[in-house]
Ligand binder design. Structure first.
Ligand SMILES: Cc1ncc(C[n+]2csc(CCOP(=O)(O)OP(=O)(O)O)c2C)c(N)n1
Ligand SMILES: [Mg+2]
Length: 288
């Protein structure tokens, strides 16, 4: 019976509804995260991945509720920890397509320490960071990406800190695919997600995803976003860093791509005991 279902599934072309869980999103009307969710459905449809081949791992926050709305495997994890959980899932079963999704608070505050390591290892997962420059779920505290001067529940006189630059950080940490999208441009975002998943290595997609309730930035980003300069060479790390530092404009598209590095889960398997002779006692003897 199970085999029949599997065979049937193989023959049918999947569309967006096949990735919808049926759970109605609890986000506020107009929340940018709706755009990210529909872009993700669209990307999965393009990729024709079967729901059981996909795992969406998130942290805690409004944005981190995303696995509930998807008919894939999902883990609504612990605040700030989607990256270590997603790394573990990918290590255990490299055949899975693994997403780590969360907010600016989740990935840049409490979970910030995980990003450099996951990027440097080049684990083949796709990170989608939904950046609303605020803590939405806990109702309007400043986040690491909030602009200097941002007035919020936790910064009544304006944020003093300089905002993090997520794209620049991902590039500096060694991510092998770095892109930026805008939730209001869901079609373009879906194409970035497709490229991120197809990339063989660590993909980081920064998404401007405004919060209509506490920090409505639609007008600001409608004004600021701009396509990648047509002559941008995505293999040029220095050019990518230069663009990521730009404050006047918010570039959308692929900043950087490096296909030359082997993903962590693949490389580490080459060292597995069944592949490589390894005498632990003899090895430890070297350090005695
Ligand atoms: C260990 C821990 N610390 C703090 C919290 C409270 N908390 C829940 S969500 C959140 C921030 C969410 O912000 P973000 O990741 O930007 O998600 P958003 O709601 O904006 O989508 C915080 C501080 C928590 N749940 N667990
Ligand atoms: Mg946020």
């Amino acid at each position: 019976m199970a085999t029949d279902v599997a065979l049937e599934e193989q023959d049918v072309l999947l569309d967006a509804k096949d990735y919808k869980s049926g759970v109605k999103p609890v986000w506020c009307p107009g929340c940018g995260d709706f755009g990210v969710l529909s872009a993700t459905y669209k990307a999965l449809t393009t990729l024709q991945l079967k729901p059981h081949e996909v795992v969406v791992v998130s942290g805690i926050g409004c944005s981190s509720r995303i696995p509930y709305f998807m008919r894939t495997y999902g883990i609504h994890g612990v605040h700030g920890r989607p990256l270590p959980i997603a790394t573990g899932v990918k290590m255990a079963n490299p055949a899975l397509t693994v997403f780590a999704m969360g907010g600016d608070g989740d990935l840049m505050s409490i979970g910030a320490g995980h990003l450099p390591h996951a990027a440097a290892r080049n684990v083949d997962i796709t990170v989608i960071m939904m950046d609303n420059q605020t803590y939405g779920l806990t109702k309007a505290q400043a986040s690491p990406t909030s602009a200097t001067g941002h007035i919020s529940k936790s910064t009544p006189f304006g944020a003093i800190a300089k905002p993090f630059k997520p794209v620049m950080l991902a590039l500096a940490y060694g991510a092998t695919f770095v892109a930026r999208g805008y939730s209001a441009h869901a079609h373009d975002l879906s194409e970035l997600i497709v490229q991120g998943v197809r990339h063989h290595g660590f993909s980081f997609i920064h998404v401007q995803s405004p919060c209509t309730e506490f920090h409505n930035t639609y007008n600001l980003y409608d004004e600021l976003v701009e396509e990648m300069p047509p002559d941008h060479d995505a293999s040029d790390l220095t050019a990518a860093l230069h663009l990521a530092l730009t404050e006047e404009r918010v570039h959308l598209g692929v900043f950087y791509r490096d296909e030359s590095r082997e993903p962590f889960e693949q490389r580490s398997r080459e060292f597995a005991p069944e592949v490589k002779e390894f005498n632990l006692e003899e090895y430890l003897g070297r350090f005695a």
